[in-house]
Design a protein around this ligand. Sequence first.
Ligand SMILES: [Zn+2]
Length: 478
Amino acid sequence: MPENIDVLITHAHLFTMQGKGVGYIPDGAVAIQGKHISAVGSTSELKARFQATETVDASGCAVLPGLIDAHMHTSWAIVRGVAQDVRNWMQSALAPYARHLTPAAALAGTRLDILEALKAGTTTLGDFTKPFPGWAEAFEEAGVRARLTPTINAMPPGGMVGWKVGDLYPLDSEVGQQSIDAALDFARDWNGSASGRITAMFGPQAPDMLSREQLLEVKRIATREGLMIHMHVAQGDREIHQMLKRFGKRTSEYLDKLGYLDEQLLAVHLTEATDEEAALIAQSGTKMALCSGSIGIIDGIVPPMRAFREAGGLVALGSDQAAGNNCNNIFNEMKLTALFNKIKARDPEAMPSWEVLRMATIEGAQAIGLGDEIGSLEAGKEADIILVDLNAPNLMPVLDAPIRTIVPNLVYAASGHEVKTVLVAGQILMRDRQMLTIDEAAILTEAQSQAEAIAQRVAADPIHKNMALLSAMQAGQM
Ligand SMILES: [Zn+2]
């Protein structure tokens, strides 16, 4: 008697990401019961074993684990494109918009970003923000998997506005304490909710944005609550300057002495870390989130990810923020990660496509502490799965034997628009590019109207006349 299951995906070019490579199975199938994968194998074997309520024919599709975006600031999608091609992007380009971001606009940005990410095959979103009403609910309602980090810092309101590059910024311990308390409340409310789809991390924004005592307090609480720590580390010359001026040490040495470097920490960026510092951080068991597109655009830098991995560190990919990376798309991040690192090393063998695909799936899952739940297609894991249509002109011709070109084409030629169907925890969220849990048209309309209103508010602010964006427009460059 065949076993009854909910969904059987058949006839796929199946990339399970099991083992050391990509775990390819020709004419593969995935059996799903509830939120879990029951079995993975050949279509003929699984068809004989299972009777499915729904069969999804994946002929002509690559089937992969859902992609993981470890580090995002989804609300900034509402000001997509206001902060690139400038120096000191945070102060000179983003800050004026930050001043005029209302909670409703932030929520419209988050919803837009969830839509964008899902349509490009991202199923796990690692968001980092100061919470606003409806933030976590937006992920819950969309049905995606989310790893949410409420920002903790001691920066007084309006922190960066009026602050001059080179000056120490003021830290207010009361503000720090309030954000620690709020983050703890958030974690207690949301960690493990939506049947485990929504989990929380504990997030000091950066080591230069809290006192030493409060940074240690954050680690004590995170340890007690069993939470990972998600923190920007060595994220720019601004931070290194603050660290040297306030604490007399560069970031990696400071964190090492504080006992902050261990497997509990997901360190974001490492933009300004040297290869030696990256290796030291990796050897401690700390994980890394690499945001190639964002750091390339806002800083013109390729972080020392290869030194980190060569020292044994695990790396996840992140898309960061659309104000200055302009998109939240892991296909984009895979391609840029491979290209930037080849260029940096002047070596075409550096970062092959299969390795960046692992960083977007199984290695990313392990780096964010979800390696037992997601990241590969195997029995017992949660069914976060994407179908990518290989019949798109940019992915044709499709060869799987005697030679196979699917993985390099997914990394170097796909844009994300070829993603056809998406499942998270066994639930189909997008079928043939139709969104089933969220209202795409309403999200786009709301985002457009919120963005137009922000632009009006910023234009009425005297700070506007000094902005790089305005001079570029006046010069006919935009
Ligand atoms: Zn960030």
